[in-house]
Design a protein around this ligand. Structure first.
Ligand SMILES: [Zn+2]
Length: 389
C-alpha cells in the first residue's frame, strides 16, 4: 500500500477553494499558485497540467472532472491541517466599466394626459395616436461579479436607452418640401408601428411619437450587449428603450442629417425617461455601440449613430469613449468595415477594449485567440438560456 503524495492530499482543498472564486482570471492565478513545481524530466506533463488548470479556470472541463472527484457540487470541503494562501488580486485592467453613473439632471412630471397626447413639465409633448402594444418587457440584469451569467435579477423596468436612426428615405428639409416631408414621415410611422420597431420615433420636425408602449419590448436591438458598472445586459429589446430619429447616419465622421428640432426633442424625452426610471447616463447609448453579430462574433452589425451622436446636447456623458463591453466581456472582434463605418471616438473605444483583452490573455498565459474562444463560450452559454427576438 503506497502513501498518497502531498498533491493528492491537498487537491480536494484546491479544487474546492477554486470553485469559490468566480472570476476566471483570479481562479487561474490561484490554481497556478498552488500547482506543484514541475519535475525537470517531465516538462510535457507540466505543460499538460498548466493547460488543464487553464481549462479548469475557464470552466471548460470543470463539470465532469470535478464532479467525479468531489461528488456533489455543494459538498463540504475535506478537513486538512493547512489551507493554501490565496494570491493577491492581480493588477490587471478592470473588465468592468468603472465610470460613475450620471444622475438625471431634473425631476420631470406629467402635466397633462389626453387620449392622443401627453405633456410634461420640461416642455416634452408625446403624440399617442399611433401607440401599439407588444409583449410585456421582461429581462435579466446579470451581475458584473458573475460574468458566467449563472444568476441575475429579473426586471421589468428599462435599464437604459438605445438611440437609432431610421435610415429611411429623406426629403430636403425645406419649407417648399413640407407636404413631402409630412407624407414620408407618416408612411414611416405606419411601417415602424406595424413591425413594433421602436418605443419612440422623432420625426423630422422634432415631433415625438409613441410607437410601442414603454411597458412593452420593441424589436430595435436584437443581438446586442451593454454593461454599466454593476450589471451587463444581452439582447436589449427588453432591457433598453428604443428611440429612433427619422434620419440617416453617414460613414466615419460624416454627421447625420438629424436636425436641431429632433435633438431638442430627444433631450426632453431622454430627461423624462431618465427621471421616470432612474436611468444612468452610462446606459444611454447608440445602436452602433451595442450591436453584435453572433454568427461571426463581430461587433457593429448595425452601425446607426456610429458617430456624431450629440451626447452633450442630451445632457449625457460621451459614451463613445467607453470600451466596448461586447469585446471586454465576451471577446467579440471588429474588422476593417467597422473601422470604416465608425467615427474616430467609437473606433478608439473598440481598440482600447481590444488592447485590454490582449493584456488579460497574456496575464493568464493564453494566446489571444484561445482567450477569445473561452469568452465566446461564456457568451454562447448565456445566450443558450436567453430568448432572442
Ligand atoms: Zn438601429
Amino acid at each position: 500500500m503506497s502513501q498518497p503524495d502531498e498533491n493528492q492530499l491537498t487537491r480536494p482543498w484546491v479544487d474546492w477553494t477554486a470553485r469559490q472564486i468566480h472570476d476566471p482570471v483570479w481562479r487561474l492565478r490561484y490554481l497556478q499558485s498552488v500547482a506543484p513545481v514541475p519535475h525537470p524530466v517531465s516538462r510535457w506533463k507540466s505543460r499538460k497540467t498548466i493547460g488543464l488548470l487553464t481549462l479548469l479556470a475557464l470552466g471548460l472541463v470543470a463539470a465532469p472532472l470535478s464532479l467525479r472527484r468531489l461528488g456533489a457540487a455543494n459538498a463540504a470541503p475535506p478537513t486538512l491541517p493547512t489551507l493554501p494562501m490565496l494570491p493577491a488580486p492581480p493588477k490587471l485592467p478592470p473588465i468592468h466599466l468603472v465610470e460613475p453613473a450620471v444622475a438625471p439632471s431634473a425631476d420631470v412630471w406629467s402635466v397633462e394626459k389626453a387620449s392622443d397626447f401627453e405633456a410634461y413639465s420640461n416642455g416634452l409633448r408625446i403624440e399617442n395616436q399611433y401607440a401599439v402594444s407588444n409583449r410585456p418587457r421582461a429581462y435579466v440584469a446579470f451581475s458584473m461579479a458573475d460574468a458566467e451569467g449563472s444568476g441575475g435579477e429579473k426586471r421589468t423596468d428599462p435599464a437604459g436607452i438605445v438611440y437609432h436612426t431610421t435610415e429611411s428615405l429623406q426629403a430636403p428639409f425645406e419649407s417648399s418640401e413640407n407636404n413631402r416631408l409630412k407624407r414620408v414621415g407618416e408612411s414611416l410611422i405606419d411601417y415602424v408601428r406595424r413591425r413594433r420597431c421602436y418605443n419612440f420615433l422623432i420625426d423630422r420636425f422634432g415631433r415625438v411619437f409613441r410607437i410601442v408602449k414603454e411597458s412593452d419590448a420593441a424589436y430595435h436591438a436584437g443581438h446586442s450587449v451593454w454593461a454599466d458598472d454593476r450589471y451587463f445586459y444581452v439582447n436589449l429589446n427588453d432591457s433598453f428603450i428604443g428611440i429612433s430619429f427619422e434620419a440617416q447616419t453617414g460613414a466615419g465622421e460624416a454627421s447625420t442629417n438629424a436636425g436641431n428640432a429632433q435633438v431638442r426633442a430627444a433631450a426632453m424625452l431622454t430627461e423624462m425617461l431618465r427621471s421616470r426610471y432612474k436611468i444612468s447616463g452610462r446606459n444611454c447609448v447608440t445602436h452602433a455601440q451595442v450591436s453584435v453579430n453572433p454568427s461571426n462574433m463581430q461587433i457593429g452589425y448595425h452601425v446607426d449613430w456610429a458617430s456624431s451622436f450629440p451626447f452633450e446636447k442630451l445632457g449625457l456623458p460621451d459614451n463613445y469613449a467607453m470600451p466596448s463591453p461586447a469585446i471586454s466581456l465576451f471577446g467579440f472582434a471588429f474588422n476593417a468595415s467597422f473601422e470604416h463605418r465608425a467615427g474616430v471616438r467609437l473606433a478608439a473605444g473598440a481598440m482600447d477594449a481590444d488592447r485590454a483583452l490582449a493584456a488579460r490573455a497574456q496575464a493568464v498565459h493564453l494566446s489571444l485567440a484561445a482567450y477569445r474562444k473561452a469568452l465566446h463560450r461564456r457568451y454562447l452559454k448565456i445566450m443558450a438560456s436567453y430568448r432572442v427576438e
